[in-house]
Ligand binder design. Structure first.
Ligand SMILES: Cc1cc2nc3c(=O)[nH]c(=O)nc-3n(C[C@H](O)[C@H](O)[C@H](O)COP(=O)(O)OP(=O)(O)OC[C@H]3O[C@@H](n4cnc5c(N)ncnc54)[C@H](O)[C@@H]3O)c2cc1C
Length: 234
C-alpha cells in the first residue's frame, strides 16, 4: 500500500449513503449519514472531501479525492445532502451515478473557506451548476431584506434543479458557454454596478473565475475584500 493511501485511510471517516436520486440531466442528489456528523458546527458553504479507491488494495494511482459542497446538514438526523454533477464523467461523476443506499463513503471534513459571510449587506452568487448546491446553502441563510444577485450558468434547461424545498431562488442563464464578461453583463442587469457593497462569490470553471476576478479588479475597481473566488474545476 502506498504511503498516501495509508495516510488517507488514517484520516478519513466513514459515512453511509441513505438515498441517491437523479435531480437533473447531469446531477445526483446524495444523502449521507454518519455518527461523525453528530454535533457538527455547520457553517453554510462548508465542503466535504470524498475519497475513492481507498478500499482497493491498489496503489496511490487508484486514490482520488473530490470536494463537494454540503447542500444541507440536519443535526437531528446526523445526515447531510450533496449534489454531484456528472458533466465531467470522471471518478467523482461515476461514483455519484452509481451510488446506492447502503454504500460506504470515505470522507474528510468538513472544511473550506468559501463560506457565508453573514455581515455582508448584499451578495452576488456567480458560477455554473456545479456551484448550485453551494449557492443554495448560502442563499437559504441570507435574510430576506438583503439583496441577492445571482447568475448560474447551465448548458441546458434540464441541467437546472431546485433547492431542497422545491424553491428556485437563483437566476439561471442557459447557454452553451458563458464568458466572464457575459456573467457580469447578466449580473449588471440585476443591478450589480449600483451596489458597491455587494460581496461577490465566484465559483465554477477556473478560467472563468480567474478572468472574472481580473475583470472585477481592473475594470470595475471592485475591492478585494468584497470578492471571493473559488475555482470548482479546471
Ligand atoms: C470548494 C469546491 C466545492 C465543490 N462542490 C461541488 C459540488 O457540490 N458538486 C459538484 O458536482 N462538484 C463540486 N466541486 C467539483 C468537484 O470537486 C469535482 O472537481 C468535479 O465533480 C469533477 O470531478 P470528476 O472526478 O467527476 O472529474 P475529473 O476527473 O476531475 O474531471 C474530468 C474532466 O471533466 C472536466 N470537468 C470537471 N467538472 C466539470 C463540470 N462541472 N462541467 C464540465 N466539465 C467538467 C474537467 O475539466 C476534466 O477535463 C467542487 C469543487 C470545489 C473546489
Amino acid at each position: 500500500m502506498s504511503l498516501l493511501t495509508s495516510l488517507a485511510r488514517q484520516v478519513t471517516q466513514q459515512a453511509t449513503i441513505v438515498a441517491a436520486q437523479r435531480v437533473a440531466a447531469h446531477a445526483y442528489h446524495l444523502t449521507l449519514a454518519s455518527p461523525a456528523f453528530v454535533d457538527w458546527k455547520y457553517v453554510p458553504g462548508q465542503t466535504l472531501n470524498v475519497f475513492f479507491g481507498l478500499s482497493a488494495r491498489g496503489e496511490a494511482a487508484t486514490l482520488r479525492k473530490r470536494t463537494y459542497s454540503v447542500w444541507d446538514y440536519n443535526p437531528l438526523t446526523a445526515q447531510l445532502e450533496l449534489a454531484v454533477c456528472t458533466f465531467s464523467d470522471g471518478p467523482g461523476a461515476r461514483w455519484a451515478a452509481q451510488c446506492q443506499p447502503g454504500d460506504e463513503v470515505s470522507f474528510y471534513g468538513p472544511g473550506g473557506k468559501f463560506l457565508l459571510d453573514p455581515t455582508a449587506t448584499g451578495f452576488a452568487l456567480l458560477g455554473d451548476v456545479s456551484c448550485l448546491s453551494h449557492f443554495y446553502s448560502l442563499r437559504r441563510q441570507i435574510p430576506a431584506n438583503v439583496p441577492v444577485i445571482s447568475v448560474i450558468h447551465a448548458p441546458h434547461a434540464d441541467d437546472c434543479f431546485p433547492d431542497l424545498d422545491g424553491s428556485s431562488p437563483l437566476h439561471f442563464v442557459v447557454a452553451d458557454r458563458l464568458s466572464a464578461e457575459q456573467y457580469l453583463a447578466a449580473a449588471k442587469e440585476q443591478g450589480l454596478q449600483t451596489s458597491p457593497q455587494t460581496l461577490i462569490y465566484w465559483g465554477g470553471p477556473q478560467t472563468t473565475c480567474v478572468a472574472g476576478h481580473r475583470l472585477l479588479q481592473r475594470e470595475w475597481q471592485w475591492p478585494d475584500r468584497l470578492l471571493k473566488t473559488k475555482p470548482f474545476w479546471k
